[in-house]
Design a binder for this molecule. Sequence first.
Ligand code: HEM
Length: 396
Amino acid sequence: MTTLTTLQSATDPLPYLSAEYRRDPYPFYAALRAQHPVHRHPDGFWAITSYDALRNLLYDRTLGVAELDYGPAGPLHDSMLGADAPKHTRVRRTHSRWFTPKAVRTWTDITRTEVDARLDRIVADRASFDAVHDLAFPVTFATISHLLGVPDTDGTKVRQATYDIGKSLGLAPTEAEAAGTAAAFDWFVGHIEDLIADKRRRPGDGLLDAFLGFEDEGTMSHDEVIASTTLLFAVGHLDITYLIAHGIKLMAEHPEILDTYRERPDQREVIVNETLRLDTPEQFVVRTTTQPITVGGVDIPAGEVLVLFIGAGNRDPLVFDEPDTFRLDRDVDLSKHLAFGGGIHGCAGQVLARAEAHVVFTALAERFTTLELAGPVVHDHSDFIRSITALPIAVR
Ligand code: HEM
């Protein structure tokens, strides 16, 4: 591993195995974007880093995902994330009414109840807390569990299994990471089968119940039910925990962000967008070409893998002035940053994700004058997923 990292760093503008790159990939993106915004990487994929090309490719209906090799994460091809039309359309439709703005208001009532209960306890017990373990993760996990109609137990195991799967979706998973992913899928399948057995005995009104109804009527296969539930367990807490934790960190480091959030409700959406833009939770999405295409003047044949670095597009200086700075006066255009992807695979949970973040930030802004870092922040960034694993915060 060390040898590979060293070799890669010396020759490669995207040394994605190196600790330096994982800590802060943005200078690498900037250098590559300036020279080769459409770059054929020696590891056999195309790295796309300019905003305009990324936006066009996200909406390009000729690109696909069904032929991508997910390795041990292969079962995800039975979820909407890994499927092309018409399977994608069919599976996505089974979820849609659960993520409308009206439905989201019901789910965020759950988030709010959880946040209030946790902050009550934090205020009563102590002056500091861990914003990931005591707040962001448990409230987002409780929300997705409620949406699925399952108990919010086993959070620690769901979280670990999600991280283990995420590792295999990076650019070059190691054998150990691939083995970890296979074990994580086994665990998820067993866990979800237990939940299904329970639902068959005592039906409820959650999304998992709806999936079982679709299975019974022949609209979804059993594998699609398992894969879709696995996906929702994962995305229901992973990136949203990062959005919340990163937002709290920024508010602790820059008190004017917390003050603005409290005093200027019209600026709240800008703050969430800037948080997502500045450090995008999922750094890239991946597609394959199904026919020859030209991107930024570069011809790319059919059957190639394109890695769309949305994290790089979100720092493109041609679109965002001072791209490395959090700016409270930035354009509020919701559709501008690329953190939720776009096109047919654009994030199905983005209304929910934004609403959950606002519930947490509003509660913090209303209850506390200041948030301060109360110890070292611990990161576990991969080349794919940004992650904070410890965020000690003192409140006043
Ligand atoms: C800050 C939080 C979030 C971020 C940054 C985020 C980001 C993304 C991105 C970039 C994609 C596109 C993947 C691709 O094109 O390959 C995506 C897809 C998806 N997201 Fe999110 N997501 C977030 C939260 C959520 C939540 C809370 C849910 C649901 C509970 C969710 C459900 C989904 C689903 C189901 C897809 C697959 C859509 C499809 O393939 O049609 N996401 N998300």
